[in-house]
Design a protein around this ligand. Structure first.
Ligand code: SF4
Ligand code: SF4
Length: 372
């Protein structure tokens, strides 16, 4: 196992983390707990969950009953999150998480799902950060972190405002252009960086041909190569993979076992490769993010990618809601006046207006389905 120092905490964590959001069947308690224990026995020491991942915290709690007996000899670290926006809900969430997992403290506790600088300002105004500080003083949490889907520059501003010790953000061979500025800011400030969805939320394994550009060796799979691309990045502490099976754990571990540092030239080729492989898709460069009607065009085009590459319109709707915080009822797309500025700026020369219209149609159908 490769270990990396988590920011300035002095803690060394495994370069692959266990994302406990993709258990195959949460009703199979023993099987899920065995998967967690299997990963721990193979050397994974970073376990991430959240109260919103179904029974994930309870399932981890079952595995931890055994693992805690070995913790002094083989340390492991637990991360969870709260969307609480005020002191009492943050405290209540933490107490619930600790009870579910049978833990006395959490190693990494995240202010969860910050979707915009305004959302952060509101939580701050309501006393969220002061409550995090109190929980740390009381020893109930060890490190205060943040999980955000904001764009890179906004994450930099967030880290400059409060000394979060780590940041959890989506980062993969599919979307790195969106997040580079945030990763750069976090690493420069010596904060831990945990990359969630390093396999593009399952899109990379489903589309091996398209992601062929990440492979630098004949003896590696696209999944191994995509993980190695993340592991290779000195700015990133943990690649957080969501596991459903022991075979997936084994594949991630093979990425570690056979890891050889990539040369600068190889990294540069991968970065260029995404442009060619995503010829008709959005690469996340954000050059179009200048809509006079304040439409977050890159977010919509990223979600469109997920419709094309993933499982259709529902994947796109999920992406808009859970990754970018754009709700079904939001009216951004109604504001487009067809000025075409976004298309002029697009590095991929994409038919952005047509795509926005297609998204708008799907959002309309989803709204109707909700009303029925
Ligand atoms: S065409 Fe629509 S989305 Fe593009 S810049 Fe103009 S108003 Fe914004
Ligand atoms: S400019 Fe084009 S490729 Fe870049 S984010 Fe916008 S839509 Fe995507």
């Amino acid at each position: 196992m490769i270990h990396k120092l988590y920011g300035s905490t002095g803690i060394n964590v495994s370069a692959i983390g266990f994302g406990a959001m993709r258990f195959a069947d949460q009703s199979q308690t023993e099987e899920c707990a065995s998967l967690v224990k299997y990963a721990y026995d193979k050397g994974i020491t970073y376990f991430d969950t959240a109260p919103g991942y179904g029974k994930s915290e309870e399932l981890l709690g079952v595995a931890f009953k055994t693992m805690l007996k070995e913790r002094a000899r083989r340390p492991f670290y637990v991360s969870s999150k709260t969307m609480g926006g005020d002191p009492s809900s943050i405290r209540r969430d933490l107490e619930t998480s600790l009870t579910r997992m049978g833990l006395e403290y959490l190693d990494f506790y995240h202010m969860w799902c910050l979707l915009s600088p305004e959302a952060y300002a509101e939580r701050k105004r309501n006393g969220a950060l002061k409550e995090f500080d109190r929980l740390k003083e009381e020893g109930l949490i060890r490190h205060i972190c943040v999980s955000s889907h904001m764009s890179g520059g906004d994450i930099g501003a967030l880290l400059a405002d409060y000394p979060f010790e780590g940041v959890l953000l989506g980062y993969s061979a599919m979307n790195f252009a969106f997040r580079d500025a945030g990763v750069e800011a976090a690493a420069a400030a010596r904060r831990g960086v945990v990359a969630m969805n390093p396999l593009g939320g399952g899109v990379i394994p489903r589309e091996p041909k398209r992601f062929e550009f990440v492979r630098t060796r004949n003896d590696e799979t696209v999944v191994e190569a995509a993980l190695r691309f993340i592991i290779n990045d000195p700015r990133i502490t943990v690649a957080l993979a969501g596991f459903s099976t022991t075979a997936q754990v084994d594949e991630a571990l093979r990425a570690i076992d056979g890891f050889q540092p990539l040369s600068e030239d190889q990294v540069a080729k991968i970065r260029v490769g995404i442009r060619e492989a995503f010829n008709e898709l959005c690469t996340g460069c954000q050059y179009c993010d200048q809509c006079p009607q304040s439409i977050p065009v890159p977010y919509y085009l990223d979600a469109y990618n997920h419709m094309v590459l993933g499982n259709g319109p529902q994947d796109m709707i999920n992406r808009l809601q859970w990754q970018w915080g754009i709700k079904l009822e939001d009216d951004y797309l109604d504001r487009c006046n067809q000025c075409g500025l976004c298309e002029k700026a697009c590095t991929q020369k994409l038919p952005i207006r047509d795509r926005l219209a297609a998204i708008r149609a799907e959002v309309g159908k989803a709204r109707l389905a909700v009303k029925k």
